[in-house]
Design a protein around this ligand. Structure first.
Ligand code: G1P
Length: 290
């Protein structure tokens, strides 16, 4: 059985992006012409998944509105004959079915996933973190689904990071069983420098089995006093197995100001209408900087 639902936790406060995120959810910050959450949803949809479970908190209703019909706006656009724009906003609403679950207390990513248990039930599911944008020829989630289909165990997406960045991520130690696929021997959240030899960092894409919920119920607060998904996954690894997959593509940390700027430049260069002009502009800027 392949996952039919994708869980996207969006309850975070976005403190890394203040003051922009004081009122606007960080997931609604725009990269070129779409809010970051839309890139994630488009990746999920392109991977064959149409049901999205948002884990929300107060102040995040703009995200649900973004994927809902907007009667006023659509009527206005139809009356004005702006059919292109009408199609664009309709397409967004038609992308997915959305269910929202509230995370009543900010107890960590593991807790955010745990609150979806009733909605997801006894089936495998995808988790995508809103901060991580992955630009890839074949959607990252789709690449991971193929690994899941083969091994039938949970899969985390990883990328190699620099030694000094290891302490910012969940880190997977393991043995390579085929090119780019590792059987995980240990998963550790934000390891202290020098405590792991691996530089395989988990990025915000996971394919999980329903057994993770039971593991989460046995997971104690970890790094930062939070219930860490990484710790629950390490229990799942011991009890069943876990794979890490080095995805093909480029990941941006859009929850960080520099990562967000890099994503903006990259997606703007790839934009079918703006790309050409933007490239010329960047060349001009680069000449001035020399
Ligand atoms: C979370 C996870 C971490 C993972 C990271 C990827 O950390 O806990 O394991 O490596 O996302 O972006 P956070 O960025 O929320 O500190």
């Amino acid at each position: 059985m392949l996952p039919k639902k994708a869980v996207i936790p969006v309850a975070g406060l976005g403190t890394r992006f203040l003051p922009a995120t004081k009122v606007i959810p960080k997931e609604m910050l725009t990269v070129v012409d779409r809010p970051t959450i839309q890139y994630i949803v488009e990746e999920v949809v392109a991977s064959g998944i149409k049901e999205v479970v948002l884990v929300t908190a107060s102040g995040k209703s703009a995200i649900e509105d973004h994927f809902d019909y907007s009667f006023e706006l659509e009527t206005f656009l139809a009356q004005k004959g702006k059919l292109d724009l009408l199609n664009q906003v309709r397409q967004i609403s038609n992308l997915i079915e959305v269910v929202s679950v509230r995370q009543k207390r900010p107890l960590g990513l593991g807790h955010a996933v745990h609150v979806t248990e009733q909605v997801v039930g006894d089936q495998p599911f995808v988790v995508c973190l809103g901060d991580d944008l992955v630009e890839a020829e074949e959607p990252c989630v789709y690449q991971m689904l193929k690994v899941f289909e083969k091994y039938q165990e949970a899969v985390v997406a990883v990328q190699e990071v620099a030694e000094e960045e290891v302490e910012r991520y969940g880190i997977a130690e393991g043995e390579e069983v085929e090119p780019g696929v590792y059987r995980v021997k240990r998963l550790v959240e934000k390891p202290k420098p020098g405590t792991t030899s691996s530089r395989l960092a988990v990025i915000g894409r996971y394919i999980l089995r329903p057994e993770i919920y039971d593991c989460l119920s046995r997971t104690l607060p970890g790094v930062g006093g939070e219930i860490q998904l990484t710790d629950a996954l390490d229990i799942l690894r011991k009890e069943r197995g876990l794979y890490a997959y080095k995805f093909k593509g480029r990941r941006f940390d859009a929850g960080d100001k520099l990562g967000f700027l890099q994503a903006t430049v990259h997606y703007a260069l790839d934009h079918p209408e703006l790309g050409g002009q933007f490239r010329e502009y960047l060349k001009e800027i680069a000449r001035q900087l020399d």
